[in-house]
Design a protein around this ligand. Structure first.
Ligand code: ASP
Length: 311
């Protein structure tokens, strides 16, 4: 019998405690994951998730999130969600209260309010400064629809794609948190503001089940961060779980999934995964990888080394 545990990406380190407390009380993997992801979403210092997230090209923060239950394979997700902080909780409600899997944009926001979520302010001092900087001091122009279109056109014509390479690591990021509870149920949650300065409406891998997030009690759990377009093209999280289903070890499964990405182009992803025996791993394509682990007996988060998968 594997001890209930929770793992997360680097930015989840201090927040895992929230989830571990729930597991210690005999709570579910889903409640543990949601609580820990909420804590990251509420952390204003995290620049890739929730309230601290980085805005899109028009200076508006749009969140993507998803959650998956490994016992039933039920899942819920939201994309391009504005004005709410706890995107993962809205995703969970999509799973629990609707026959759907994914709600986007204004529909997702309307649903959230209808089921009782309070409006959250994602427009922070930092996002206001970013808007000013992007418009060289004339942020009001972004309120005019015609100007918005001109701004997007200008960006496409003059700067297409260059923004990715200009970003620092602080301007993107995603949280991946996953757990297994005393019943052996797995859950994985992913939440992000996506790539900084993305085109409005751009959706990354995080809310795509199979791309940024997948789990199945029988085989394991996987989630991704990084250039979401690549994880979408390869269904990376689903592939890791499939590789496990087909008998690969956890390390081989993650290695293969990341080598598949190396074969595409020079942008990268990272991933986090575990198997039903409770082995955990993280993989990076660009350097040493780490993740954090806590189980029901841990006093604090334990740093675990992952693997660096070279081409
Ligand atoms: N995977 C996220 C996305 O593509 C971004 C990130 O992890 O930094 O939206």
């Amino acid at each position: 019998m594997v001890k209930p545990f929770i793992i997360g990406t680097r930015n989840a380190k201090d927040m895992l405690v929230k989830g571990a407390e729930i597991l210690k009380r005999g709570g579910s993997a889903m409640d543990a994951v949601e609580a820990a992801v909420n804590a990251v979403e509420e952390n204003p210092l995290d620049r890739g998730v929730g309230v601290g997230g980085t805005p899109n090209l028009l200076g508006v923060t749009q969140l993507d999130a998803s959650i998956m239950d490994g016992r039933t394979l039920r899942t819920g997700a939201v994309a391009a969600l504005e004005n709410l902080v706890n995107a993962i909780s809205v995703a969970r409600k999509v799973m629990e209260l609707t026959p759907h899997v994914l709600l986007v944009g204004p529909g997702a926001e309307m649903f959230a309010k209808a089921v009782g979520f309070k409006k959250g302010d994602l427009s922070t001092e930092r996002t206001r400064k970013i808007r000013e900087a992007m418009t060289t001091g004339d942020a009001e122009m972004l309120d005019d629809p015609a100007e918005k279109e001109r701004f997007i056109r200008m960006w496409i014509e003059e700067d297409r794609g260059k923004w990715y390479s200009k970003m620092t690591e602080e301007e993107w990021g995603t949280v991946n948190i996953m757990a297994m509870d005393a019943r052996g149920d797995m859950c994985v949650g992913v939440s992000t503001s996506g790539l900084g300065y993305k085109l409005p409406g751009r959706v990354g891998d995080s809310p795509y089940i199979g791309a940024g997030n997948y789990c199945d009690n029988r085989f394991g759990s996987a989630a991704c961060t990084g250039t979401g377009e690549l994880a979408i093209r390869l269904s990376s999280a689903r592939m890791i779980v499939s590789y496990l289903e087909n008998g690969m070890s956890l390390e081989k499964a993650v290695t293969k999934a990341l080598k598949d990405v190396h074969a595409l182009e020079d942008k990268t992803i990272s991933c986090l995964a575990f198997d039903p025996e409770g082995n955990t791993i993280s993989g990076s394509m660009t350097g040493e990888s780490i993740h954090y682990y806590m189980d029901v007996d841990s006093e604090g988060p334990e740093e675990r080394k992952g693997i660096w998968v070279k081409p």
